[in-house]
Design a binder for this molecule. Structure first.
Ligand code: PXL
Length: 279
């Protein structure tokens, strides 16, 4: 019998000490799914930027030295995921990282963390948006929310009332920009959140609907992309991985409302993380 080989993922994301997002979400989730998670920090924050104040230490100047040691050591990864990025130069560094570590079957998952609810994040500049478009062109899977899909494709944002044709058009535009597969997350459709899944080589999207459980919270995009990455690495189809991620996010929101977790504290995924344990 062939020996089981554990998968390894390089996780390029920020470390926000409080509020449950980015690495503090990705690292435990990937670990519990049986994957070795190897962080590359992009910035260190006291807490995420949806709080009224935050300390933000951009890690751009250190990243080349950090990554340089991984290159010297000859490390390799089954997957690379990218999340929150803190400066335009940093996106350049991430592009170099992908160029260096990518092999024929390396899975590149780009979560273009740029904004939410129609608004771009305070730390994001015009130049960064342009660089992010380049990073998206390397993605095997790109997972924007609607706000991010709009920014990337130059589509005017609206809160609700998206037709499936409009969503398919946006996903197709992202494929034309170079992303192989596209998952547009958390589109509000009445009492449901819909995820638009457009797989590589397909012209029709699948729409994965999950009944909404409450309001979206900070960090839910990071929970979603982490479960999706872990599931794809564990052999799920993109559609099945999307279903697993969307249901887990829904259950996290339900639990957080039940336990009266303050909105700014994100979702208490720790309470139900056992559901993700790889058996
Ligand atoms: O969850 C997205 C995210 C990631 N990283 C930082 C953030 C946010 C959202 O606000 O502030 C630092």
């Amino acid at each position: 019998m062939e020996q089981y080989r554990q998968k390894k993922i390089a996780v390029i994301n920020d470390l926000s000490g409080y509020g449950r997002c980015s690495l503090t979400v990705a690292h435990p989730i990937l670990s519990v799914m049986g994957i070795q998670s190897c962080p590359v920090p992009t910035a260190i924050l006291s807490n995420h930027t949806e709080f009224p104040v935050y300390f933000f230490d951009d890690y751009t100047d250190k990243m080349r030295a950090y990554i340089g040691k991984w290159i010297e050591l000859g490390l390799d990864f089954d997957a690379i995921s990218t999340g929150f990025l803190g400066s335009a130069e940093q996106i350049e560094i991430v592009l170099e990282f992908v160029e260096h570590f990518r092999e024929e079957d390396t899975l590149i998952i780009v979560d273009p963390v740029m904004g939410d609810h129609g608004k771009i994040y305070a730390t994001y500049t015009e130049e960064m948006c342009e660089e992010m478009k380049q990073l998206v062109s390397y993605a095997d899977v790109v997972t924007p929310n609607v706000t991010e899909a709009c920014i990337l494709t130059g589509t005017p944002y609206k809160d609700k009332g998206w037709t499936r044709k409009e969503l398919l058009n946006m996903a197709t535009m992202l494929q034309i920009m170079g992303a192989k597969s596209v998952v547009i997350t958390g589109v509000r459709e009445g009492n449901f959140y819909t995820n638009v899944v457009l797989e590589h080589g397909k012209h029709e999207a699948e729409f994965v609907k999950v009944k909404s459980a409450g309001n979206q919270r900070p960090g839910t995009g990071d929970v979603f992309s982490s479960v999706l990455a872990g599931s794809v690495l564990n052999g799920y189809s993109l559609r099945a991985a999307t279903e697993k991620a969307a249901r887990f996010v829904r259950d996290c929101i339900t639990k957080s409302d039940e336990l009266n977790i303050p909105h700014s504290n994100g979702v208490c995924f720790e309470e139900i993380i056992g559901k993700l344990v790889k058996r």
